[in-house]
Design a binder for this molecule. Sequence first.
Ligand SMILES: *[C@@H]1O[C@H](CO)[C@@H](O)[C@H](O)[C@H]1NC(C)=O
Ligand SMILES: *[C@@H]1O[C@H](CO)[C@@H](O)[C@H](O)[C@H]1NC(C)=O
Ligand SMILES: *[C@@H]1O[C@H](CO)[C@@H](O)[C@H](O)[C@H]1NC(C)=O
Length: 569
Amino acid sequence: MLRSKPSVASMFSLALRSEMFPLIVIFTVTCLGLPASEAGVVRGDGPTVVTPNGPIEGLYLDEANVFFGIPYAVPPVGDRRWRDPVPAKSWKPDVYKAVKPPPGCYQHCGTPPHTCPATVSEDCLYLTVFTPRSATTGSNFPVMLFLHGGNFVEGSGYSDLTDGRYYANKTDTISVLINYRLGAFGFLVTGNGSEDATGNYGILDQRLALEWVQTNIASFGGDPNRVTLFGQSAGSQSVAVHVTSKRSQNLFHRAIIESFPFSVPFKKYFEAVILGNDFAEALNCSHGDLKCMRTKSPADVKGAQDKVGGVIINPLRLFEMFEQWGPYIDGRDITKQSVDAFMSGDFQKMPIIIGSTSDEARINVIGAFPKPMDVLQVYEYLLALFPTHFFQVMAEYPPDPPGSDQREPMIVAANHVVFVCPERAALRGIAKYGDGNVWMYLFDHILSFDAWGPHWQFCVNHSCHGAELAFLFHSAPLGGFKYTADEDVLSRSMVYYWSNMAHTGNPNDDTWRRNNPRSDSVGEFVEWPKYGNSTGWSYMHLMTPRDRADKNYLQEKCDFWDSLDVYPR
Ligand SMILES: *[C@@H]1O[C@H](CO)[C@@H](O)[C@H](O)[C@H]1NC(C)=O
Ligand SMILES: *[C@@H]1O[C@H](CO)[C@@H](O)[C@H](O)[C@H]1NC(C)=O
Ligand SMILES: *[C@@H]1O[C@H](CO)[C@@H](O)[C@H](O)[C@H]1NC(C)=O
């Protein structure tokens, strides 16, 4: 009854099945095209820290120290494939050489050139740490752990884009950039017995990395009691999972959720098992036969993952197509859809920032529908996506004049229903049930340089999904791109707010900077009001030439979507 087999499928899901296949590449543009660089490497003996597992030697860069590719788990290969991760074993008395970027988790990375991991491997549970040159054991610098995006099938912790040296140098924080298992390796579900693959391994990897921070980061000069978990796209979905999971309690203390596609639901158990059974068939194994599935090569696993990538599991929840592999509601780590959890007060109380870019859904719509569309085509999809609200949605988002490319109104509607409006619902839940420390942003700037690469040219002149990443780490210069003077201010303001959050739990509190003679940006940026009724639902409009506090983003549109009750539960 659930798969789009001809006998049961509606005509719309049949129509969608082939054409929606490219949707699996959406949410992958989480990194922009910054070329790799070896700049700034100082040769010679590296910095050495002594951790519980043994000594680690990294590299001195001009601006920071880096420790590349520290193992935080036993390699999840062979019999450990599809098992909960376990902490890495000690290498004492050897010194672990953490001097080159680790492989990414197994994937075919389609993100722009120079942003994908240089190599991939199933043995990939490594993390990279950037520390200030001045860090010593006892420095007690706040820690920022980043979870990368890539639709849970692509991406890696370290890339030039997410390089942590600027934060280390300017903000006295320590960056931790982690890999977690992706695709079928990270999210296969075959059942709920003790010998089954029970999925959410990627999420468990992330939690193990957070635990690694608790036991190890003091050796690097970090403060395990001030850990900020931040992430973009699939990474922000992961952040939300940890914020709403009791099992991740006390492992981090502030959260930043960037560009969460809230209306793309996590799978339910039975849906995840259907996908797992299809996957087993594609591997020529019986349903749930992990013994058989563990004998297959990583390339076979990836091949089977691709083969089931276009199948619509549940025609009643078409938004699921946007994320075939990823977390599912396992009743243990994840008990609710994130927007539902925030709306009903089911989350850990801590300072939280949530935001999005101004044109999030462009890559979904153009990625899924590469050719211009006419009104009839659009109606067909709207009807499939909103069978019970079709006429209301049509009236709220009327087509552009005849002859126009009707993908444009779709891009606007998708931005509202997938990102902005459920985000508002989540923010309002946090404002109502949280500890009062919640902030919203809108990133609204068009890059002056073309970092999108050849496959994402449609994002040139748009503030697409992922656009803020080119500013978040102040990393464009590393890739050979140059910020305009205004863009430099924008990037520094983001670094300012994000690092203040890491230091104090408040993006405005720069007391630590005032007490630090090296620090810049003191008093340079405007106050970011909290999100809430009392501030008129204020948010920070991150833009050039200067950021601005605004109110009530897209109020009428979000009132409309709220009234339809379409967010996932
Ligand atoms: C910041 O970078 C400069 C070189 O650009 C270096 O001299 C300085 O030691 C660095 N400071 C820290 C705290 O890493
Ligand atoms: C396992 O799944 C079955 C449905 O397939 C369900 O009846 C049972 O309660 C589940 N057991 C646990 C421990 O979740
Ligand atoms: C599964 O079997 C088919 C047909 O025998 C074969 O072409 C394919 O390579 C096999 N795939 C795997 C992953 O073993």
